[in-house]
Design a protein around this ligand. Structure first.
Ligand SMILES: Nc1ncnc2c1ncn2[C@@H]1O[C@H](COP(=O)(O)OP(=O)(O)OP(=O)(O)O)[C@@H](O)[C@H]1O
Ligand SMILES: NC(=O)c1ccc[n+]([C@@H]2O[C@H](COP(=O)(O)O)[C@@H](O)[C@H]2O)c1
Length: 405
């Protein structure tokens, strides 16, 4: 092991991953850490090719917490990530068609979820997917403690605009994809530097009890959805897509069911620059709920919650013009009504409407509910029109929603 900087250690091993993990953790165990060290200790392990999707692993160990990290086992599966930042790089060769690769993805997501839930934190990023010249590549990340040095690591491509697609991802649909793609295409920014997409899964929902699929399966589908989205954005020869190269998609978890909470914990995480403008991508049905005082407790609660939220965030609202929410004109009229006193009537400010951009959606109704119904009845042709290719393979292969009541 060679010390390459005061607090950075590089351990290079050329072997397949199980042995590499063991040796790596053994080295961590043997090392005594100086509790006065202010900086994080960074270990990097490189493993030889031959294991699906694995190229390199990095563990960043905060001082004073290493005993719990290396306490019990050298097995990757039982490793306690609570105080560590773990990234695992994968590449597009990881095929959703391989049962072993899917299982590995689900296992990693389950570990990441349990690490997040034990942490008591309100927000984390568990994975990053990037559009590169050679295709899609990305990293799995364990729960990330809110340490400044790590925040700096993740800020290398500081976004001016952070699009946030908050969803139950149960499962992610083509409607979600079109909302995200349309938002990304709407920016003329050089995306690698100026814009970022965050796919955010709330482990608590304002209205719904947790239902199938389990959260690790949804996290796995977020990963596949992100790859499909990048494929969509980069495969077209249209000039509007040229900036997608370099786009990073962060995958996150949050405990907060409400948008004002999600926005605050993202801002307070330190993972994005303070001047980053958040743009939440949501549907018309969700806009109605954001401006419903029933979610905000006592009188004045809505204003207290939404004023700081809409101060830092915009809402890009996609109209949902299938039968449940009325037609396009009705939806435009609802927003006009909010501006003309409707919001003040419920304790809000008419000016909040300036933070809302209403955009057209698809005429055809696409929803996660429809996907679950199609999956349950084994209707592959319907699935094709509702979800992206990798998500479709995952839903069918893992028999998701097949038993749903
Ligand atoms: N077809 C659509 N058009 C416009 N917005 C949509 C559409 N589908 C989903 N959304 C929006 O995307 C966000 C996340 O959606 P969500 O995960 O609740 O999907 P859903 O299809 O509405 O789910 P479910 O069918 O399980 O209720 C919400 O703000 C929702 O309004
Ligand atoms: N007032 C609010 O902030 C508010 C109200 C209803 C739902 N939500 C959230 O909107 C997101 C989408 O909700 P559904 O999955 O129920 O469509 C969820 O994260 C949910 O918790 C927020």
């Amino acid at each position: 092991m060679a010390e390459t900087a005061r607090n950075t250690y590089q351990l290079q091993i050329t072997t397949n991953s199980p042995l590499a993990y063991s040796l790596f953790l053994l080295c961590l165990r043997c090392k005594r850490f100086d509790e006065s060290e202010r900086e994080l200790l960074r270990y990097r392990i490189a493993v030889a090719s031959g294991t699906v999707g694995v190229r390199a692993d990095t563990v960043i160990v905060p001082p004073c917490s290493t005993t719990s990290i290396v306490s019990s086992t050298s097995q990757f599966q039982q490793h306690d990530f609570r105080n560590s930042h773990f990234t695992r790089t994968w590449d597009a060769k990881m095929s959703v068609n391989s049962e072993a690769a899917r299982q590995e993805l689900i296992n990693i997501c389950a570990q990441q979820l349990s690490s997040f839930q034990r942490s008591g934190d309100a927000f984390c990023i568990f994975s990053k997917v990037t559009a590169g010249t050679g295709g899609v590549y990305g990293e799995y990340i364990s729960h990330i403690p809110p340490a400044p040095s790590i925040a700096t690591d993740l800020q290398q491509q500081s976004p001016r605009t952070l699009f946030v697609l908050d969803s139950s991802f149960n499962p992610p649909t083509l409607a979600h994809m079109r909302m995200a793609a349309s938002a990304i295409r709407s920016t003329k920014a050089k995306l690698a530097d100026d814009a970022r997409l965050l796919l955010l899964l709330a482990v608590n929902n304002a209205d719904k009890a947790p239902k199938p699929a389990a959260f690790p399966l949804r996290m796995a589908m977020m990963q596949l959805f992100a790859q499909d989205l990048i494929t969509t954005l980069t495969s077209s020869s249209s000039t509007e897509d040229v900036h997608a190269e370099g786009l990073t998609i962060d995958l996150g978890l949050t405990t907060g069911p409400y948008f004002h909470e999600k926005s605050r914990v993202i801002a307070e995480s330190g993972l994005y620059p303070s001047q980053t403008e958040q743009v939440f991508l949501a549907g018309y049905d969700t806009l109605i709920r954001i401006f419903n005082p029933k979610y905000y407790g006592a009188a004045g609660g809505m204003r207290e919650a939404l004023e700081p939220f809409l101060g830092r965030s915009r809402l890009r609202i996609t109209m949902r013009t299938d039968d449940a929410w009325g037609g396009r004109e009705d939806q435009l009229a609802y927003v006009e009504g909010l501006r003309d006193g409707g919001l003040e009537d419920v304790g809000g400010l008419a000016a909040w409407c300036d933070r809302v951009d209403l955009v057209d959606g698809d005429e055809e109704a696409v929803s996660s509910t429809k996907v679950r119904e199609a999956a349950k009845s084994g209707d592959g042709a319907a699935l094709e029109k509702l979800v992206s290719p990798r998500v479709k393979v995952f839903v069918i292969s893992e028999r998701l929603y097949a038993e749903e009541k």
